[in-house]
Design a protein around this ligand. Structure first.
Ligand code: BTN
Length: 221
C-alpha cells in the first residue's frame, strides 16, 4: 500500500489541503497523508468553506504524484464504496446517502509541477445536531471508528485511483444520483442523462439535444 505513508497528523490546522500543498511543493512523495482532528479554515469547492466538529469527521489530504483528469471521480467512487451499497455519487463527486451529502472532495492539481492534492472530508460520526447544513448527512459510525474508517478509505482509494477508466465509468453509472433527474447549472438546465466515456455528465435539454458537461457543478432542480 503506497497511500498514507508518510503521515502527518495535526491536532488542529487551518486546512489539510493547505498543509499537503506545502508538502507537495517541498517534494513530498506520492501517498503522503495529512490528517487532522479539526480544521479552522477547511476549504470546499467553488470557494466555499467546509466545517466539521472536532474528532467526528475524517479530514484528510493526500499528495499524489500519479493522477489523471478522472481523479476527482475516482475519489468520489472510493468514498461511495466506503459509505455502502446505498450511497450515490452526485456528479462529479458529492457522495450522498439517503439524498444527504456525507462527504466532500476537493482536488487541487498542479500538473506542471507534477503533483495534485486530493482532499476528502467525510462526516463519519456527526450527530444530527452537529450537521453543518440541512442537506448534510453522516455515516452514523462511532468516533472511535475514525482510524479504521481511514484505513478502509485508503485501501479503497488504492484500488479506484489505479483502475482502468472504463471500470470507473461503469461503477459511476451504477451509483449515478442524477440519472433522469432535472438539473440546473450556471449555463442552463435539463434532465441528467448519464455519464459519457470521458466522465462528463450528459444532460438532455428541452429541445431534445444532449450536451456533455465536463466541469463545474450542477444542482437538482
Ligand atoms: C466540497 O465542497 O464538497 C469539498 C469539500 C472538501 C473538504 C475537505 S476536508 C479535508 C480537505 N481539506 C480542506 O480544506 N478541504 C478538504
Amino acid at each position: 500500500m503506497t497511500l498514507g505513508r508518510p503521515r502527518v497528523h495535526l491536532r488542529e490546522t487551518t486546512s489539510t489541503n493547505e498543509r499537503a500543498r506545502e508538502l507537495a511543493a517541498a517534494g513530498a512523495p506520492h501517498g503522503t497523508l495529512v490528517t487532522t482532528g479539526l480544521q479552522t479554515a477547511g476549504r470546499g469547492r467553488q470557494g466555499r468553506t467546509w466545517t466539521a466538529p472536532a474528532g467526528r469527521a475524517l479530514l484528510m489530504s493526500l499528495v499524489l504524484r500519479a493522477f489523471d483528469g478522472l481523479t476527482p471521480l475516482r475519489a468520489g467512487l472510493a468514498v461511495a464504496d466506503l459509505a455502502g451499497p446505498d450511497a450515490r455519487v452526485k456528479w462529479p463527486n458529492d457522495v450522498l446517502v439517503g439524498g444527504r451529502k456525507v462527504a466532500g472532495i476537493l482536488v487541487e492539481a498542479r500538473p506542471q509541477e507534477g503533483w495534485a492534492v486530493l482532499g476528502i472530508g467525510v462526516n463519519v460520526a456527526l450527530s444530527a445536531a452537529e450537521l453543518p447544513v440541512e442537506t448534510a448527512g453522516t455515516l452514523g459510525r462511532a468516533p472511535r471508528e475514525l482510524e479504521a474508517t481511514l484505513a478502509e478509505l485508503l485501501a479503497g482509494l488504492e484500488e479506484r485511483l489505479t483502475q482502468p477508466a472504463d471500470d470507473v465509468f461503469a461503477a459511476l453509472r451504477e451509483r449515478d444520483a442524477l440519472l433522469d433527474r432535472p438539473v440546473a447549472w450556471a449555463g442552463g438546465e435539463g434532465v441528467a442523462a448519464g455519464i459519457d466515456d470521458a466522465g462528463a455528465l450528459l444532460v438532455r435539454r428541452a429541445g431534445g439535444d444532449v450536451i456533455a458537461l465536463d466541469a463545474g457543478e450542477v444542482h437538482l432542480r
